[in-house]
Design a protein. Sequence first.
Length: 146
Amino acid sequence: MAIFDILKKGAKGEKKQAVAAKEKKPEKIKEKIKTPEVLPGTPERKKKEKKHYLFSHKILKEPRVSEKGTRLAEINQYIFKVFKNSSKKEIKNAVESLYGVDVLKVRIVNIPSKKVRVGKSIGEKSGYKKAIISVKEGQKIEIAPR
């Protein structure tokens, strides 16, 4: 009978060691988990992360090349035709991701449609939305390829 008692004690001892090992595992997991230095949604986090804007082709139509546009380019301002439903924030994100510059200010102008008459027929020239974008000093957007 003594042999059975030794086996029973050995089995209990092993169970205690297994339970103790299970208790130690959560402590190790707690040590591995680190809290981020900057919490998500805070302004510091937003400054660090700049997302690549995937749908910039659905916001910017084309750059406007004109005499006024070339004069404005000298003072770090650029003109783009944009889609009617795009907002200032979307335009800013699209330009930053597409051209890799820092946008300071976005101004929007809605150009109205105009009546056009050719002979007897009267038509309408469609209007569009124009965005004037101010870029950080020292940065340039290459609009026309050389």
